[in-house]
Design a protein around this ligand. Structure first.
Ligand code: AMP
Ligand code: ZN
Length: 386
């Protein structure tokens, strides 16, 4: 941070917004303001608290908060419904593994820059378990590039719906005078152009492109591990929130019944795995992080129609929670634009199960520590490193 001191701004919301609306406003503000280092809801009085790096952005921050607050007032924000739950705070919950050691910058660098030794083994173990489950379900393996054509994302409506998250790829034109100019001046920035690609924010979009235009007589399950990229506010990055992370997805395409029953199989199976690993948390209804108030109805629809469930883990005795997997049934939403149809030429249904592998590793390290020799033998055996 250059010179200056951090300033704290507070905005009352309790007279205007419900608590759910205030939470939703905070998540939008994190993507709406530059030059800040924190934005959160004060649990006691429902004030929005913002730490600004200096005074230069004060009026912009103020205008943005007031504008988004007015928009949020008009939106009915729905509460998530919990469909599975085992809490660290349950009276009958006793951690079988007390006193795990955790050194934040040892095997799992908190800024995401490197994973070492045991943490690397854990990535392989977790992903091995998930990809074996996918194989049991007769999934076909895939590997896709990190870059994805903008054309593909356009068909998904991704960039206009989630502009806050996209990383675009720029390139330098293959043009001699421009290359010479860069060599001479070192000025890259003013000689760039946008390429036809973005960094992929999820794995499943590649699957739709691969199957585009096909008529499928049987259901298809594809699985791939990929690196995904999402533009997150710099001040929020660290530990479980990264702008580059590993995701395994299992993508389901078939009849409405197939997609829903297969998704439910994964909910049950992963909930059991989660419990067997001794992790605590819940599965609840969720919605994607729609930024624009015009898209509020989509978020409500996702919640009400159970289109998205998230597996939320508790770490540090429940003081930190975050989603480690999502179970999505998006119905015709993507098979339609990609023209993936049944024999009667009707768009099929689809869904995906998405696992944030870094977050599974982080949660396990937080819970059991970094010394595999101290892990409970049955957990070590499940992870196949005993
Ligand atoms: P989503 O496609 O938003 O449902 O995300 C699928 C999974 O990816 C989430 O459940 C997380 O485990 C993981 N994930 C999403 N965003 C991030 C992030 N910024 N850093 C690390 N993992 C993430
Ligand atoms: Zn997906």
């Amino acid at each position: 941070m250059k010179g200056g001191r951090t300033l704290t701004f507070r905005y009352h919301t309790s007279d205007k917004l419900t608590n759910l609306q205030a939470q939703s406003l905070v998540s939008k503000l994190t993507y709406s303001l530059e030059g800040i280092s924190a934005c959160y809801l004060d649990g006691e009085n429902q004030d929005i608290v913002i730490h600004a790096n200096d005074d230069s952005n004060r009026s912009q921050i103020e205008d943005t908060v007031l504008l988004l607050m007015e928009q949020e007032r008009t939106i009915r924000t729905l509460k998530s419904r919990v469909i599975r739950n085992v809490s660290t705070n349950d009276d009958n919950y006793k951690s079988p593994f007390p006193g795990a050691s955790y050194h934040p910058d040892w095997s799992f660098a908190s800024d995401g820059s490197v994973r070492r030794d045991f943490a690397v083994m854990l990535y392989q173990s977790i992903d091995g378990i998930l990809s074996n489950l996918a194989m049991e379900r007769h999934a076909k393996y895939r590997k896709y590039p990190s870059m994805i054509p903008l054309k593909t994302l356009d068909k998904c409506g991704y960039v206009t719906t989630f502009p806050q998250n996209i990383y675009l790829v720029s390139e330098i034109p293959h043009q001699s005078d421009i290359l010479q100019k860069i060599k001479k001046t070192g000025d890259v920035e003013s000689n760039l152009r946008q390429s036809q690609y973005a960094l992929s924010p999820a794995v499943c979009f590649h699957c739709y492109e691969e199957l585009a235009g096909q008529t499928l007589e049987h259901p298809v399950i594809l699985t791939a591990l990929g690196t995904c990229y999402r533009h997150e506010a710099t001040w929020r990055l660290g530990n479980q929130r990264l702008n580059e992370f590993s995701m395994r997805e299992v993508v389901l395409i078939g009849t409405p019944d197939f997609v829903e029953s297969e998704r439910n199989w994964w909910v049950d199976c992963i909930w059991k795995l989660f419990g067997d690993l001794g992790l605590t948390g819940r599965i609840e209804t969720a919605n994607d992080p729609f930024y624009f108030s015009d898209d509020a109805a989509k978020a409500q629809h996702q919640q009400m129609a159970n289109m998205k469930y998230e597996l939320v883990v508790e770490v540090d005795g429940g003081t930190q929670t975050f989603s480690i997997a999502s179970f999505n049934n998006i119905r015709e939403a993507l098979c339609k634009p990609f023209r993936i149809t049944d024999a009667a030429d009707k768009p099929l249904h689809s869904g995906c199960i998405a696992f944030g592998i870094d977050r599974w590793v982080f949660s396990l390290l937080k819970k059991y520590g970094e010394d595999p020799g101290k892990w409970q033998p049955h957990i070590a055996e499940m992870m196949r490193f005993s």
